[in-house]
Design a protein around this ligand. Sequence first.
Ligand code: 4AD
Ligand code: MG
Length: 526
Amino acid sequence: MVFKFRKLDQIFDKKLIISFFCIPLVNPQKLGRAQELDLTKKVMAFNKRIKIKSLLESDFVGQEVTLMGWVRTKRSNKNVSFVALNDGSTINNYQVVADPTIIEEDILKKITTGTCIKITGQIVASQGAGQSSEISASFIEILGEADPEKYPLQPKKHSLEFLREIAHLRMRTNTFGAVFRVRHTLAYAVHKYFNDRGFFYIHTPIITASDAEGAGETFKVTTLDLKNPPLNEDGSINYKKDFFEREANLTVSGQLEGELAAMALAEIYTFGPTFRAENSNTTRHLAEFWMIEPEMAFYDAEDNQDLAEDFLQYVIRYALEHCQDDLAFLDKRAAEEEQSKKADQRSELGLMERLRFVTENKFERLTYTEAIDILRNSNPNKKKKFQYLIEEWGADLQSEHERFLVEKHFKKPVILTNYPKEIKSFYMRLNEDGKTVAAMDILFPGIGEIVGGSQREERLENLTARMEEMNIPQDEMWWYLDTRRFGATPHAGFGLGFERLVQFVTGMGNIRDVIAFPRTPGSAEF
Ligand code: 4AD
Ligand code: MG
């Protein structure tokens, strides 16, 4: 036996052996994989609970179950206490009924807003309005107390600004619970969309030595001693002595590496964090945001637009189908917020109406040149209401112009194409006019630019000429240029700012409220 055990020990790790010996005690067929693994630690599974979401989806009346979650509210009278419990699986709370003749007073006293509890009891049909069933507690365990004198979340309306200061707790509110469930669903839909169409997910590097967008807004990555860096003879910092033996930074975009992958796997996408040190304190900018960047060989500019439109409509439709409770809540929340705005600043459609509208209507496609004509002749331009007046072709569009086109003029998402080459990145394909490039920006109501992309310049001479004009060092980009030297083909891609998408779908006004722990100028708490 000892010998056998040693042998087993060599073949399996100890956990497996313990679970092996547990099999006769508990029927593992009845347990999920997670519980089976749990046996290795405790023999009896702790996490044998039902999620409130499952409880609300089917009929459990008459069954004994265990719930775990955080107390939202408790109200008591002489005969009974009612506890609203939330376990994060859904926006809906579940009612726990605690009879003081069954649950000790000491336990009941500790149940306050924020406390984490475990309840075992029977599911019974509910007498009260608002729920069809409830749990009649036969046993309650306090998993974690929350001192009501100190716990900052109380059952009342807190401002979003206040909640930003306690971002470590704000996910326990209805609003943020809903936002992060929707965010998850959208992320899942992104992967599903591309996977279902045969695109491959590529993980592009987070530390790079290039500035893909050429905007010079990178965060430096270094291990040099900032107080005493090694210097060159001319007094500049000697990065040859740095970790990577060169200057390095956090990526602003995975596109360039994405293009390399597309030249082999044909259709790829990235979905990762990107970093921009732009000092923009707006409701649409983060210093760390997540971007989805599909890149496709054998696509031209129009194929790229078709894909972007179909993709956006798909993920929004997916959220509409799979986040009904959360979106219904956010719809009501957004409607209340609209009421506090001046009448002329209110949006004409509610949140759900906006989402449906975008999924059901084709986006308006027009060129930059056409947009400039519309803007030049627009009322706010003539009446000098724009902060930046549109005077001539070539002007960069500001968010006030983008929003005018989308919200006032077309009243639907807009795909703007063929921008002047001077205001776009070096890698965009030069059009036949020699003045414009095959760029596209997608503009959304309430958001402005949500997508930026282009057909790429696959012709080596054009690309190197453009790099020269824009002072982009070619020797450092030899690997990028190689794709134009060997087996080049027309290709295109775009980048979707994930937080801007989440903002649009949840109706949240500030981008800081759709990412768990926002990084913005002057702020990197949590
Ligand atoms: O337009 P951008 O700068 O394009 C690129 O980075 C390209 N390399 C994409 C590509 O073609 N593969 O950024 C793309 C999108 C914007 O449209 C916007 O939605 C989002 O990224 N974005 C930001 N989101 C939050 N905070 C910021 N500071 C952002 N900057 C861009
Ligand atoms: Mg852009």
